[in-house]
Design a protein around this ligand. Sequence first.
Ligand SMILES: [Zn+2]
Length: 89
Amino acid sequence: MLKDFEVVAYATPDAELFCPDCAGDEARARHEKLAGWTPVFAGDEWDYIPCCDGCGAPISDISLTTAGWAAQYDADHRAFPDDDADDAE
Ligand SMILES: [Zn+2]
């Protein structure tokens, strides 16, 4: 069980998300500073489990909102969730 303040991922200014393993490599490759990226903490609540944009691994150590838990339950119990039309910008 992670502490709420433990960093489980990093979000870039372009809203990409990287797990800590990939974040360091990505930041170096882009000549950006990891410190300039937004840390995502284990206690942060999301509506879904995000995936790393580098390795594709689910960032499952974040916390889920009530809606997130419901969505996760649906995803686990349905082969094809019918509404994922959560228009991202
Ligand atoms: Zn990764």
